[in-house]
Design a protein around this ligand. Sequence first.
Ligand code: DGJ
Length: 376
Amino acid sequence: MSWAAACLLFVMSACQQEEAKPIYSGALWPDNTGVHVNAHGGGVLYHEGTYYWFGENKCDTTSNAMVGVMCYSSDNLTDWTNEGVALSVSDDESSDIVRGCIMERPKVVYNEKTGKFVMWFHLELKGKGYAAARAAVAVSDSPAGPYRLVGSGRVNPGKLPADMTAEARQAMDSLNLADFEKWWTPEWYEAIRKGLFIKRDLEGGQMSRDMTVFVDDDGKAYHIYSSEDNLTLHIAELSDDYLTHTGKYVRLAPAGHNEAPAIFKKDGTYWMITSGCTGWDPNEARMFSASSIWGPWTQHPNPCVGPKSEITFGGQSTYILKVPGKDNAFIFMADVWRPEKPSDARYIWLPIQFKEDGTPYVEWMDQWTLDFFNGK
Ligand code: DGJ
């Protein structure tokens, strides 16, 4: 072979290697060992050139945590290496995360000040269904773990929402739980909006189920979770080390039944995509925006476009990944749950697009590559 031909071959093969691989939402996504990625309800951390995908390990027969939180790594968002269990369940029956508990929607963030990786997740105690409604936090010195459980509990005991006026506080104080034994009536909804469940849970702390964590440009982190029996989202500020709550929080869409919060920020506007509350069944996504994390938040129409857009393409939001190094590149991540065989749940990853007025939307694509963000 001539020298020129060899050079051409080399250049061609280099080009081929750089070709971005397609992302097929809903398909099986084999990891480096050929096994479907097992990281559900997850999120992605980008750290020093590597993406780390954390999610719930799900077994074939139960959604309860029999293994723990998984970690996969990648340098291109399409080839994933199984890094193993980042936070393992415990065999100590007295542990909050004993095998058989429920660990959902883990999110990991890096704390610049402490140099630690901090994982928050939704925890339900073994054998108690979804009654505990706790937030749990774990920490590690390295991104893939192992993580050590720091603690778990309800959120911000004794603290009132920061946006509750003295007048609203009075209105809440006058509510009595015993007057609202019948749920779902218009009066009950009105009482929920006024803070009936905030008052009920004030002493022990607010409930925390579906959740995400968001780190703002200034390094401040926020824990966003479904509270008040999944009726109202709370946005709560985390301490500087991200390991506790500061006590400051606001409510978003009181009595609006939002789960599965996923958030991103573009040009100073915060955008949040959520779902309704229909268990493992998909429903229509919702979208909110605000110019301050503390609100006020405005609701927009369903951001999804295309077939099955009325049920989020069969999925439920979990995270929005800002792709580093590219302008306005955000990936909407969702889970297609398979409760009859939880390990077979699938992933939907779609690029977020923007209308001329700047409103985000998510359009179904059978396949796409990251080159989409380069305008290719
Ligand atoms: C919907 C939530 O979004 C999931 O994380 C999980 O908690 C299921 N509900 C349980 O039914």
